[in-house]
Write a protein that binds this ligand. Structure first.
Ligand code: KIV
Length: 283
């Protein structure tokens, strides 16, 4: 199983690594079989799966529900639960309770928190309790209203210095890794060279130790134009639409179901694929 020590080793040995988001059992299983070492149950769940306009409405209960499903599909990956908005904002005690649910109830191995400032103290407390913390700086979606939208961060000198200082403080506080989102590549490179712990970039160029993408972006299971930092490795939205259209058309024409998909009373018609052969759950 991938552990936080392995992730550090990846950096120490100069091995670049991939992280992907996962929100359900089957996706976790497929990604794990594909050898993805870290799965993040991101609060992007709110936007890509639940249809919220931002990540702010996502609740801890929703996150825990999906995290449990991911844990059921995974044996080898390091599983990181993303603490959603208002699940750690009130106090360090609330952060401990919420992070504890991810490890205790949902089978996660680590948590992610957005931001610097007070999060540094939270990181230190969580790490001291044996709860590994992944930091997250730069474009932090839970700060969308303060940032005035989803905008690249750290372009000016002052902002860049603040991100670098927060990164150093998070490492000092015991974070085992750091997501850098939506920052200039040069800044991501500077942070990566300065830190001992691995950095994981999204929209942060190619100089970080690891990369992360939202699985729906990677699969092209989104509508509209992809942002610049996204590479679509498949176009599943189109594939799904085409399959659904073909199915509806065949139903309308009476082509589906054909004899090969039909049971007969005398048992002469064979079912080539019985339902029992399809694996649906973890049992
Ligand atoms: O919620 C999420 O998916 C994330 C990644 C984009 C890093 O935080």
């Amino acid at each position: 199983m991938t552990t936080v020590l392995d992730v550090q080793r990846f950096k120490d040995e100069g091995r670049r690594f991939a992280m992907l988001t996962a929100y359900d059992y089957l996706t976790a299983q497929i990604l794990e079989e594909a050898g993805i070492p870290i799965l993040l149950v991101g609060d992007s769940l709110g936007m890509v799966v639940l249809g919220y306009p931002t990540t702010l409405p996502v609740t801890l209960d929703e996150m825990v529900h999906h995290a449990k499903a991911v844990a059921r599909g995974s044996r080898q990956a390091l599983l990181v639960g993303d603490l959603p908005f208002m699940s750690y904002h009130e106090s360090v005690e609330q952060a401990i309770r919420s992070a504890g649910r991810f490890l205790h109830e949902a089978g996660m191995h680590a948590v992610k928190l957005e931001g610097g400032g007070r999060i540094i103290e939270y990181t230190s407390r969580l790490a001291s309790l044996g709860i590994p913390v992944m930091g997250h700086l730069g474009l932090t979606p839970q700060f969308v209203h303060q940032m005035g939208g989803f905008k690249v961060q750290g372009r000016g000198d002052a902002q860049a210095e603040r991100i670098l200082d927060d990164a150093k403080a998070l490492e000092q506080a015991g974070a085992f890794s750091l997501v850098l989102e939506g920052v200039p590549s040069e800044l991501a490179g500077r942070v990566t060279k300065t830190l001992r712990i691995p950095t994981i970039g999204i929209g942060a160029g190619g100089q970080t130790d690891g990369q992360v993408l939202v699985i729906h972006d990677l699969l092209g299971m989104t509508t509209g134009k992809a942002p610049r930092f996204v590479k679509r490795y498949a176009n599943l939205a189109e594939t799904i639409a085409k399959a659904a259209e073909t199915y509806a058309d065949e139903v309308a024409k009476g082509v589906f179901p054909g004899p090969e998909h039909t049971y007969s009373a005398n048992g002469v018609t064979k079912m080539p694929i019985a339902r029992e052969e399809v694996k649906y759950g973890a049992g």
